[in-house]
Design a protein around this ligand. Structure first.
Ligand code: SF4
Ligand code: SF4
Length: 332
């Protein structure tokens, strides 16, 4: 069954970057230390901030990320604390190296998902994007997590460099015992924005001709697949998550964004200051969320306009969805 995952203010989603340190240097990494800091947050700070965000909503979900979050030697106590604070779901996003023996320090009851980033169905493609040895490390990490009884998902970021392998992901995920697959689209931010000569962005025809059908086929193999809408169709409603959802993208330097596409700029609308979450003065991302433009997403038009196309009279041929709008096909 296919459905659009609608935005909701009924629960908060907290994406907590506890460090920007990483052992890899992926070609499309969106971490920007100039904007996000290079601190690794101490345990006490993480606990204080976890408490702040848990209290923003009756229901809150947390994703621990980095950098590589398992490089943090105190990730396990952070996870346990998040459980105590009542987070509804706890996910750890990892590149698969699983440092500090993390799988033996937490249990499947404490972590809802370990989510592994894999950007190719073959070592050749994945390692060209994510670095030598990363395919083997990641697939080994997945096997270990599955063997220990953890729920495991895989994240695949589609770009010009790996789109040709998305069809091969179904059999690979099946062989690894993975039942949940998240497809993302390359964003022109972080390293992709710094290196504009390498165009990894995916054109509309390529995306529409490849991804929805591949997602359907992978779901047919019993895997639940989530992928971004990206290009709206004529009757689709445009919604900006910054207006209608409750998301927090939290960085070690205290910046808190509502929109991931804003993360290369000092456009954050919130800031953790001491032990308080404070709203920032305009101009910030909130001011952009209020703009209605015929192209749909304002930030898309500002930072990655190459995926737009116009008629001779200057009107856009289609609109770009919020980058957070997802379609989900339940495995069958
Ligand atoms: S994308 Fe993730 S794994 Fe790759 S360099 Fe960036 S933080 Fe590290
Ligand atoms: S990606 Fe675009 S539509 Fe989504 S929150 Fe950001 S500005 Fe709004």
């Amino acid at each position: 069954m296919k459905k659009t995952v609608s935005f909701s203010r009924d629960s908060a989603n907290v994406f907590f970057h506890i460090t920007t340190r990483c052992n890899l240097t992926c070609r499309h990494c969106y971490i920007n230390r100039h904007q996000h800091g290079d601190e690794t947050l101490p345990l006490e700070t993480v606990e204080t901030w976890l408490n702040l965000f848990a209290r923003r909503s009756v229901k809150a979900n947390i994703v621990f990320l980095g950098g590589e979050p398992t490089l943090h030697p105190e990730l396990a106590p952070m996870i346990k604390k998040a459980r105590k604070f009542g987070y509804d779901s706890i996910t750890v996003d990892t590149n698969g190296f699983l440092f500090n023996n993390i799988l033996s320090k937490v249990t499947p009851q404490e972590v809802d998902y370990f989510s592994f980033s894999l950007d190719g169905a073959t070592a050749a493609t994945n390692d060209m994007i994510r670095g030598a040895g990363s395919y083997t490390a990641c697939t080994n990490g997945i096997r270990q997590a599955v063997n220990r009884g953890f729920s495991v998902s895989v994240i695949f970021t589609v770009s010009q460099a790996n789109m040709h392998e998305i069809d091969l992901m179904g059999p690979l995920l099946t062989s690894l015992g993975v039942k949940r697959f998240f497809i993302q689209v390359i964003g022109i931010r972080g390293r992709s924005a710094a290196n504009r000569t390498e165009n990894l962005q995916v054109a509309r025809n390529d995306w529409l001709g490849t991804v929805p059908a591949a997602a359907e086929e992978i779901a047919r193999q019993g895997i639940t697949v989530t992928f971004p809408k990206v290009f709206l169709e004529a009757g689709d409603r445009f919604e900006c998550a910054g207006r209608v959802a409750d998301n927090y993208f939290v960085f070690p330097n205290g910046r808190v964004y509502r929109c991931p596409l804003c993360e290369d700029f000092a456009m954050h609308s919130l800031m953790v200051d001491g032990n308080r979450l404070t709203e920032r003065e305009p101009i910030n991302e909130n001011d952009l969320f209020q703009l209605d433009i015929p192209e749909g997403c304002v930030m898309n038009k500002l930072i990655q306009p190459d995926n737009l196309s116009y008629r001779p009279d200057g009107t856009p041929k289609y609109r770009i969805a919020c980058c957070l709008l997802k379609e989900e096909i339940t495995g069958y």
